[in-house]
Design a protein around this ligand. Structure first.
Ligand code: MCA
Ligand code: AMP
Length: 499
């Protein structure tokens, strides 16, 4: 029987998880200890009569307990709903109402908004690290039913729940393993949150499935990345997974800090994803350490589908389809574009075992995104080189912003701004940013222009999550509208370009 995490069923005493928390707290677990704690977590759920197949929320606090609970939930057959620990009430209310988790597990129940949980009748369970009744997990076969529920922004004012099976997770990790030669000698280093695909599916589930360790630095800093990499000694091979913003910051620090430079140079592989890696940052890193950053492309709905293989130099490209996955470009009528000239753009369509099962409670949106032949339309625009390598060139919807690697819907931020008592109208766009890729810029009409509110960023951070806050707010007397009354965001973009 094929299971998702073989080492938790037959633990062998190899290092599985090293977590470097803020404030210097470091914890390490081998796979025996990890299996023991994961098992006790599953037993705690069963004692509360929460059974496999039910949705459980897990607050992904930056600490080892949350990582254990995420692994236990998936391995125990639950539908795991990872929750950003900084979710504000507007976002949390929507997710609880839509996903209806049976229970929320968190290391810090005291931080949960109990009023909100009461409102939705959700029980809260403290994640504790204690020994269970056995030292290994019961084997559970890979299934094509729901096992992971991730919320991601779309072009509506509320995020959608994306359902994935354990089979899709395994297909993604194994496909990447084939092109990267990702063996049990590889240790993953990352400093990403555990409520999205990158940090969770690739970083945590990937490392545990492949048999090496995950070294998780819970708050990103170049110094922390240096120390984390230094903790990995040969014959172990360090592989860094990071978003472009992190490489941008590492490149800047490396220029004056030889220790950070040496640490990065000592890695086996550097991988970037979640957003476009600017060529200048890629070149700044490779010029300093003599190593090329490998890119791969994915999406919450498709998991990772394109990757540059290990050892292949392909600057500016996100590579080829991973084994088992089909990727093609289509025109506006969704007809395939056969030409591979590196010039003709088309929308990326994906088919294969890594695709999601559908959006929760949104059959219409699922049908719109996926056709009868099983192709999913990503909304990303790319060109294909004669050798088949894809290069991302843009995105269909300008209502989706990628900031620091996070996907943020402009309508969601506008809805939050409109909750502010001073705000009459709001329009949000993404503006090019050398550090974040795009930064969220808000244009706002207020009730009282004499007393301009100074707390709009905090207001959005509190209601949604800090990474969705506007980094720049412009107060205007009116928003540009067309004859139909629709806000003309292209005009706002022109203003920004000229400013
Ligand atoms: C600052 N803070 C505030 C405010 N200003 N809070 C409230 N109101 C304000 N006005 C706080 C924040 O809460 C946070 O608090 C601290 O300041 C720093 O936050 P911030 O400035 O936002 O951080 P940053 O330095 O800009 O973060 C950059 C980052 C981050 C580390 C690169 O963007 C990041 O982790 N990105 C990863 C995104 C990711 O994983 N994407 C994967 C999606 P405190 O001090 O408490 O923390 S999956 C995907 O895309 C697909 C599948 C794929 O292909 O991978
Ligand atoms: P998310 O839903 O947060 O997983 O974001 C998925 C989106 O991130 C994709 O639709 C792309 O727009 C973007 N993305 C992911 N990886 C890359 C990459 N390597 N280069 C450019 N864009 C990327």
């Amino acid at each position: 029987m094929e299971v998702l995490f073989p080492r938790l069923v037959k633990p062998t005493r190899s290092l599985a998880l090293r977590v470097l928390e803020d404030g210097g707290i470091e914890s390490q677990l081998d796979d025996v200890a990890l299996a023991i704690f994961a098992r006790s977590q599953i037993e705690a759920l069963l004692r509360r009569s929460v059974f496999p197949g039910e949705v459980i929320g897990i607050v992904t606090e930056p600490c080892i307990q949350s990582a254990i609970a995420l692994l236990a939930g998936i391995a125990g057959g639950y539908v795991v709903l990872p929750l950003d620990p900084k979710l504000g009430p507007l976002a949390l209310r929507h997710i609880l109402a839509d996903a209806r988790p049976r229970l929320i597990a968190t290391p810090f129940p005291e931080r949960m908004d109990s009023l909100l949980c009461d409102l939705h009748g959700v029980e809260v369970l403290r994640i504790e690290m204690r020994a269970g009744e056995g030292s290994a997990l019961e084997p559970r076969p890979l299934l094509d039913t729901a096992s992971l529920l991730l919320y991601t922004s779309g072009t509506t004012s509320t995020p959608k729940g994306v359902l994935h099976s354990s089979k899709a997770i395994a297909a993604c990790i194994d496909g990447l393993a084939a092109v990267w030669n990702w063996t049990s000698e590889v240790d993953i280093v990352h400093s990403l949150p555990l409520f999205h695909v990158h940090g969770l599916v690739l970083g945590l589930f990937g490392a545990i499935r492949r048999g090496g360790a995950l070294h998780w630095l819970t708050r990103f800093s170049p110094e922390g990345i240096k120390q984390t990499i230094e903790g990995i000694k040969p014959p172990r091979k360090a592989v860094l997974f990071a978003v472009p913003t992190m490489y941008h910051r590492l490149a800047q620090v490396m220029a004056t800090d030889p220790e950070v430079r040496n640490a990065l140079a000592s890695t086996h592989m550097l991988v970037s994803g979640s957003a476009p890696l600017p060529l200048r940052d890629a070149e700044a890193v490779s010029a300093q350490i003599g190593k090329t950053i490998i890119e791969r492309y994915g999406m919450t709905e498709t998991l990772i589908t394109l990757a540059v293989p290990f050892g292949v130099e392909r600057a500016g490209h996100v590579g080829w389809p991973i084994p088992g996955v089909e990727v093609r470009l289509v025109d506006e009528k969704r007809q395939p574009i056969e030409v591979a000239d590196g010039l003709t753009p088309g929308e990326i369509a994906v088919r294969g075992p890594t695709l999601f099962l559908g959006y929760l409670n949104q059959s219409k949106a699922t049908k719109e995104a996926m056709d009868e032949e099983g192709w999913f339309y990503t909304g990303d625009l790319a060109v294909r080189a004669p050798d088949g390598a894809f290069r991302i060139v843009g995105r269909r919807s300008t209502d989706l912003i990628k900031s620091g690697g996070y996907r943020i819907g402009s309508l969601e931020v506008e809805a939050a701004l409109l909750e502010h008592p001073q705000v009459l109208e709001a329009a949000v766009i993404g503006a090019p940013d050398p550090d974040l890729g795009e930064r969220i810029v808000a244009f706002v009409v207020v009730k009282d222009p004499i007393n301009l509110p100074s707390d709009l960023d905090q207001h959005v951070a509190r209601l949604l999550s800090p990474h969705k806050r506007p980094r720049e707010v412009h107060f205007v007397t009116s928003l540009p509208r067309n004859a139909m009354g629709k806000i003309q965001k292209s005009v706002l973009r022109e203003w920004m370009a000229k400013a």
